[in-house]
Design a protein around this ligand. Structure first.
Ligand SMILES: O=c1ccn([C@H]2C[C@H](O)[C@@H](COP(=O)(O)OP(=O)(O)OP(=O)(O)O)O2)c(=O)[nH]1
Length: 144
C-alpha cells in the first residue's frame, strides 16, 4: 500500500476514491464550471495538489466516456505528473479541446489517473550500426 498526500484546492469536489477490485484507475473531477465552444481549447482545474510516493509519477488520461459525455479530447493525450510537482500550489490540470459546444459542471468526472514507478536510469550510447535486422521502416507491414 502506498500513500498519496493530497491537498484539496476546492471544497466543491468529492474526495478521491480508490475502488479496489473494479478498476485501479482513479477518477478525477472538474473543480470548475466550464462552457466551451466547438474548437476551443483550455486547461481545466482538477482541484487537487498531490505529493506522490517516492519513485512514482502519475499518468492522467481521459475516461472512456469523456468524449461521448463532453465532446472533449485531451490535447496532450496523456498527462505526465512528475514526482517533483508536489507543492501546495501545484494543482493538477487537464488540457482539453472541445469538438462541440459543451458544458462541464463542477464535480463532473472528466479524466482518470494511476501512478507508475519511474523507469530505470538510462544512458545513450552512440553507434554507427545497430545489431538488429531492418524491419522495413515505418508503416511497411501492410493493412491486414
Ligand atoms: O496533463 C497534465 C500534464 C502536466 N501537468 C503538470 C504536472 C507536471 O509535472 C507539470 C509539467 O508537465 P510537463 O513536464 O509534461 O510539461 P512541460 O510542458 O514540459 O512544462 P514544464 O516546463 O512545467 O515542465 O505540469 C498537469 O497538471 N497536467
Amino acid at each position: 500500500m502506498e500513500t498519496l498526500k493530497i491537498r484539496y484546492l476546492s471544497d466543491k469536489i468529492e474526495k478521491l476514491r480508490f475502488i479496489d477490485g473494479k478498476s485501479d484507475w482513479i477518477d478525477l473531477r472538474s473543480a470548475e464550471e466550464v462552457n466551451m465552444k466547438a474548437g476551443e481549447a483550455r486547461l481545466i482545474s482538477l482541484g487537487i495538489a498531490v505529493q506522490l510516493p517516492k519513485g512514482y509519477e502519475a499518468h492522467v488520461v481521459p475516461r472512456s466516456s469523456t468524449f461521448k459525455n463532453f465532446g472533449l479530447i485531451q490535447t496532450n493525450h496523456m498527462g505526465v505528473i512528475d514526482e517533483s510537482y508536489c507543492g501546495d500550489h501545484d494543482e493538477w490540470k487537464v488540457p482539453v479541446m472541445a469538438v462541440r459546444d459543451t458544458c462541464i459542471h463542477v464535480n463532473d468526472r472528466i479524466c482518470q489517473f494511476r501512478i507508475m514507478a519511474h523507469q530505470p536510469a538510462l544512458q545513450f550510447e552512440e553507434v554507427e550500426h545497430l545489431e538488429g535486422c531492418d524491419r522495413g521502416g515505418f508503416g511497411t507491414t501492410g493493412k491486414q
